[in-house]
Design a protein around this ligand. Structure first.
Ligand SMILES: [Zn+2]
Ligand SMILES: [Zn+2]
Ligand SMILES: [Zn+2]
Length: 366
């Protein structure tokens, strides 16, 4: 049983108190839910039907997962020896998965949230004994293309670079707003700052008037969304020169920040404030759009910019006839009353107020 707690009211009072960075915005998990996370880290065998697609990504029980086939048959030894690359692991609902579904193959599929890139594989050796061993596997290129990950299919980075530099934790962080739960390994890594750091961080951010030094958002009313970043990456160097006040979004987009996860609710709040403060009013071109949007939308935006010259509005509120906000899509074209949304449910919401919309997945697969 899952305990879902509405933190909304609690949050409001926390904000009024001017509280600092915290770590409790993620969903509270019951024992059973935690067991799922532990199991998923080790790998869970599933049927393809149990897999869901969220924005073209693979999802299992609300978590983002990787999928692979452990069985490598007679070539298992050559994969373990590194002479062969082995089965690709999937990160999206690519055409290969479609093919496997249609064939109704009886392969054994494993999903996992392990971020190491090392997978448990199996097969038969020459002397026909069963082997199980850990091996590094590579990501499926069809998945990268379908998701247009970092612009895989549309540039500007070379496909080879995106493929070779692929990092699972980076990938998961890119889409953190699309899932209710974070991989356990990432949550574990988030703690560990000293009390002293809390005070240094608070003092520094206060000295910058609670304004993000990258996008300029004023977070005096939402101090928890402003972080203190170490420019050199050295967390012990707390001199002012090495510190930067960054909003959660700008912070997560810094190099080597794959453990920085941004929640949907946090991203929505950041976009709303940026819009109210006029930061998103005049984005001069697609490059600026790409800079400000939720990273989960980069692949979609890069696909659209190939064909469309008309710039989207970022984080614009859509209201119903009573003037109530029904949705704040990441990308919308208010003049055309068209938006791109996370899922079918949001699509229905917009249809009801006379807008047209497409889901992220529909755009990616079209
Ligand atoms: Zn794939
Ligand atoms: Zn910022
Ligand atoms: Zn940082």
């Amino acid at each position: 049983m899952k305990i879902r707690t509405d933190f909304g009211l609690l949050w409001q009072s926390v904000k009024q108190m001017g509280a600092e960075e915290r770590d409790f915005s993620f969903e509270v998990s019951s024992r059973e839910e935690m067991d799922i996370d532990i199991e998923l880290e080790r790998g869970v065998e599933i049927a393809l039907d149990d897999l869901e697609s969220t924005g073209g990504l693979l999802s299992y029980k609300g978590r983002q997962v990787l999928l692979y086939i452990p069985d490598h048959g007679s070539w298992v030894q050559s994969v373990i020896d590194g002479k062969n690359q082995g089965n690709r692991f999937h990160v999206g609902d690519c055409t290969k998965l479609d093919e496997m579904r249609q064939k109704g193959k009886f392969d054994r599929y494993t999903v996992t949230t392990d971020l190491s890139g090392v997978f448990r594989i199996s097969g038969q050796s020459n002397v026909s004994s069963h082997i199980e061993h850990d091996a590094e596997l590579k990501v499926c290129k069809l998945c990268l293309r379908m998701l247009n990950y970092r612009g895989y299919d549309t540039g500007p980075l070379a496909k080879k670079v995106i493929f070779e530099e692929f990092s699972i934790s980076d990938f998961f962080a890119t889409y953190s707003t699309q899932f209710r739960f974070l991989p356990k390994q990432l949550l574990d890594r988030r703690s560990g700052y000293s009390d002293e750091w809390a005070e240094i961080s608070r003092r520094y951010r206060e000295s910058r008037s609670w304004i993000c030094e990258c996008c300029g958002i004023d977070l005096a009313g939402n101090k928890n969304l402003l972080h203190c970043h170490h420019v050199s990456g050295n967390k012990r160097d707390n001199r002012d020169d090495n510190l930067m006040a960054l909003c959660a979004d700008c912070h997560s987009k810094q190099p080597d920040h794959e453990k920085m996860y941004v929640r949907k609710s946090e991203m929505t709040e950041i976009q709303r404030l940026r819009r109210r403060q006029g930061i998103l009013d005049v984005l001069p071109g697609w490059d600026a759009v790409l800079e400000y949007i939720d990273s989960a939308y980069e692949g979609v935006a890069r696909k659209i910019m190939k064909t469309s010259r008309s710039l989207p509005a970022v984080g614009e509120d859509i209201e119903n006839s009573k003037g109530e906000i029904v949705l704040t899509p990441e990308l919308s074209w208010p003049a055309q009353r068209f938006a791109i949304v996370d899922n079918e449910e949001q699509l229905d919401t917009l249809t009801q107020v006379g807008w047209r919309a497409m889901t992220m997945e529909q755009v990616l697969k079209s």
